[in-house]
Design a protein around this ligand. Structure first.
Ligand SMILES: C[S@@+](CC[C@H](N)C(=O)[O-])C[C@H]1O[C@@H](n2cnc3c(N)ncnc32)[C@H](O)[C@@H]1O
Length: 242
C-alpha cells in the first residue's frame, strides 16, 4: 500500500485555533511548507500529511503561554516553526525569526511576504551572537538543541522576568534534570513543565517554561563555550559508539 504525501484539508479544530484572516494565512503557510518547503529540503515529504496536526496546530497552541503584546524571538526557526505560526495566531506579538542558514532565511522572508505578516522580522544569525545586542520578552525553540544549550543561548536574550518556552517532548523532565546546575548558575526565577493545547491537540504539547532572573552570575560566553565543549565530547562519544 502506498502512503499519500498530499496536504490534507485543515482539520475542524484549525478553525477554532486560527480565526478570521489567520485561517487563510495558516492555509497558505501549509501550502508553502508542502510545496517549496519540501522541494528545497526544509521539510521531509513524509511530513506533508502531518503538517496540520504535528506542525501548525502543535505550534499554534504554544500561544496559550505567550503574554500579551510580547516581543518574541524564535531561536532556530528553520522553516518557521513555531515562529511563523505564532505570528499568525498572535498579531499582538512581535516575532523575530532567528535562523543562521541562508536558504532558510530566504524561505522565511518569502513566507512573511506571502502571508502579509507585519509583525515579523527575519534575522540571519546564531543565538549566541545576538547576546548583548537584543533583548526580548519571550524566547521559543523547537527541535533546536538540548535544554542546557538553549539556556545558555536564551537567558542572555531575555529581560529579567522574560520567559524561555522550549517545546520538548517526552524527554522534557530528563532534560530539565540535566540542566539543573545551569539553571542555578543563571539564577533563574522559576522553572516548570507545562502542557498546552488541551482538547485541541493530542497529546497536549509539553513546554519547559523558564523565567529569567536578574543578570546571570556566570559569564555566558564562557558557559556557551563550556557547553559546546561538553556537547562536542558527547558527539565524539556517540560517534565512537556507532
Ligand atoms: C532541526 S531544525 C528545527 C527547525 C524548527 N524550529 C522546527 O521545529 O522545524 C534546527 C534549526 O536550528 C538552527 N540552529 C542551529 N544552531 C543555531 C544557533 N546557534 N542559533 C540559532 N539557530 C540555530 C538550524 O539552522 C536549524 O534551522
Amino acid at each position: 500500500m502506498t502512503e499519500s504525501n498530499e496536504l490534507p484539508e485543515a482539520p475542524p479544530v484549525a478553525r477554532e485555533i486560527f480565526t478570521g484572516v489567520a485561517l487563510e494565512q495558516a492555509r497558505v503557510f501549509a501550502e508553502l511548507l508542502a510545496g517549496p518547503g519540501v522541494v528545497r529540503g526544509l521539510l521531509g515529504p513524509r511530513e506533508v500529511p502531518r503538517i496540520w496536526d504535528r506542525h501548525l496546530l502543535n505550534c499554534a497552541v504554544v500561544a496559550e503561554a505567550v503574554p500579551p503584546d510580547a516581543s518574541l524571538v524564535d531561536i532556530g526557526s528553520g522553516a518557521g516553526l513555531p515562529g511563523v505560526v505564532l505570528a499568525i495566531v498572535r498579531p499582538d506579538v512581535t516575532v523575530t525569526l532567528l535562523e543562521p542558514l541562508l536558504r532558510r532565511t530566504v524561505f522565511l522572508s518569502e513566507c512573511v511576504e506571502a502571508l502579509k505578516l507585519d509583525n515579523v522580522e527575519v534575522l540571519r544569525g546564531r543565538a549566541e551572537e545576538l547576546a548583548g545586542k537584543r533583548v526580548f520578552d519571550v524566547a521559543t525553540a523547537r527541535a533546536v538543541a538540548p535544554l542546557d544549550r538553549l539556556l545558555s543561548w536564551s537567558m542572555p536574550l531575555l529581560h529579567e522576568g522574560g520567559e524561555l518556552l522550549a517545546m520538548k517532548g517526552e524527554r522534557a523532565q530528563e532534560e530539565l534534570d540535566a540542566a539543573r546546575p545551569l539553571l542555578e548558575a543563571f539564577g533563574v526565577r522559576h522553572v516548570e513543565l507545562i502542557t498546552v493545547g488541551h482538547g485541541k491537540v493530542e497529546p497536549p504539547a509539553t513546554l519547559v517554561r523558564v523565567v529569567a532572573g536578574r543578570s546571570p552570575r556566570i559569564d555566558t560566553r564562557r558557559s556557551s563555550r563550556a557547553e559546546a565543549r561538553r556537547s562536542s565530547r558527547t558527539d565524539t562519544r556517540r560517534r565512537r559508539k556507532r
